[in-house]
Design a protein around this ligand. Structure first.
Ligand SMILES: [Zn+2]
Length: 289
């Protein structure tokens, strides 16, 4: 009888332990103020800012595709390597889709100001390593630029920008032409992250083919290039998507983010070098030997 009680007690304590371990969410908005402090310690001051966007994704996928995918990936990555995840963020560069319904395009000034205030607020709350995990191709000029602007004046934290992952082997036959937006790859990923939001029967309602309407050398850049090539804000063929392809790709993406979190947690150099740089920048004439 006594032994039975001990067993019950042990099992009960084990269950309570499991429950309390589960309750320390990685999501900023789900933590209590007290637990937030514990979460920051557990994360060693490392916080993720998954960066999505609200834009058309072909005729068959939701406006929030990039946001939904990058949150799915980060939420799975922190199960392997803990970090605190900032709430939904989608205030990026997306002027090229302003002609399509549902696009939310903030001004250039707001994009930079809001991002700076967001990372400043994260750092004020103890996130001394802010990792922007990018889920949207259109941010690939904005984010390195934002990281560069962190050198303009001193900060007591480091901004890291993470995007991309190792290419996965195509599961099906190799397709011709670009697959850059709402095509086979992105549709395959969505079949894993949010399959109920994909309308495969509509994937061929528009063309994702390259219209090649500009005749300029590769060394010349112009903002209208995307519209010139993909006027329907669709690049590739979503109907070729498979869940198998998506599983391989999403897993590779998660693994890449896990590796990045581990490397960033171990990085003691960036902040040290930043501080050294800020100090020297106060008296540049003294740095000449
Ligand atoms: Zn996308």
């Amino acid at each position: 009888m006594r032994r039975a009680w001990v067993v019950v007690l042990v099992v009960t304590l084990a269950m309570a332990g499991a429950v309390s371990a589960q309750t320390l969410s990685a999501k900023w908005e789900e933590l209590t103020a007290g637990d937030f402090r514990e979460a920051l310690a557990k994360a060693q001051g490392t916080c993720l800012l998954p960066f999505g966007i609200i834009e058309k994704h072909g005729p068959h996928m939701p406006l929030g595709t990039d946001l939904l995918d990058v949150r799915y990936v980060t939420e799975h990555a922190v199960l392997q390597e803990y970090a605190v995840i900032f709430p939904a963020y989608y205030f990026g560069q997306i002027f090229e889709a302003k002609h399509e319904p549902g696009t939310v395009a903030y001004s250039p000034e707001t994009q930079l100001k809001l991002l700076q205030e967001t990372t400043d607020e994260m750092a004020r709350n103890g996130c001394k390593k802010v990792v922007i995990v990018n889920g949207h191709g259109g941010n690939e000029s904005l984010l390195p630029y934002f990281a560069q602007t962190q050198l303009a004046k001193p900060h007591d934290y480091v901004v890291y920008v993470q995007w991309g992952h190792e290419a996965t082997k195509k599961v099906g036959a190799e397709k011709s032409g670009p697959d850059w937006h709402a095509g086979e790859s992105e549709t395959s990923n969505m079949l894993v992250t949010n399959p109920n939001l994909v309308h495969m029967d509509r994937a061929k309602n528009e063309s994702g083919a390259d219209q090649k309407r500009l005749k300029l050398p590769e060394s010349v850049y112009t903002g209208i290039w995307w519209y010139a090539r993909f006027p329907y804000h669709y690049s590739g063929d979503g109907s070729a998507a498979t869940k198998e392809q998506g599983e391989a790709d999403v897993q590779s993406w998660i693994n890449t983010v896990v590796r990045a979190i581990r490397a960033i947690k171990a990085d003691d150099e960036s902040l040290k070098l930043q501080n050294e740089f800020y100090e020297k920048s106060q008296h540049p004439l003294d740095t000449v030997k």
